[in-house]
Every structure is written in structure tokens, then in C-alpha cells.
Write a protein of this length. Structure first.
Length: 56
């Protein structure tokens, strides 16, 4: 993934929590079961590292 080419692609503002979890689990190769598990920030750090290597 090219970090210089990060853009939104017709993203609906009303994503269900199931769609968000599916996307996160698919992209990050995780098994998160509840949206509340995203509150600790670890997934966000992993996502930032995936998009912008060595930035975190």
C-alpha cells in the first residue's frame, strides 16, 4: 500500500459496526469481536504503521 496515495473511496458515513469490524479484521488480520475493543488504540497504531511505515 502506497502511503502517498491514501484516499477515501465512496465511504458511507453510516457503516454498521459489523462492517467496520469486518474491515478491520480483514485488513489487520485480527479477530476483534466488539467495536469497543478498538478503544485502546492498538489497532489504530497498527493501521498507521501499515499506511506509514516507521512513523509510529
Amino acid at each position: 500500500m502506497d502511503p502517498n496515495n491514501v484516499q477515501s473511496k465512496n465511504v458511507s458515513k453510516n457503516l454498521s459496526r459489523f462492517k467496520v469490524l469486518f474491515w478491520v479484521n480483514e485488513k489487520m488480520d485480527t479477530e476483534i469481536l466488539k467495536v469497543e475493543e478498538l478503544c485502546i488504540g492498538a489497532v489504530y497504531c497498527q493501521l498507521m504503521d501499515m499506511l506509514f511505515p516507521d512513523a509510529v
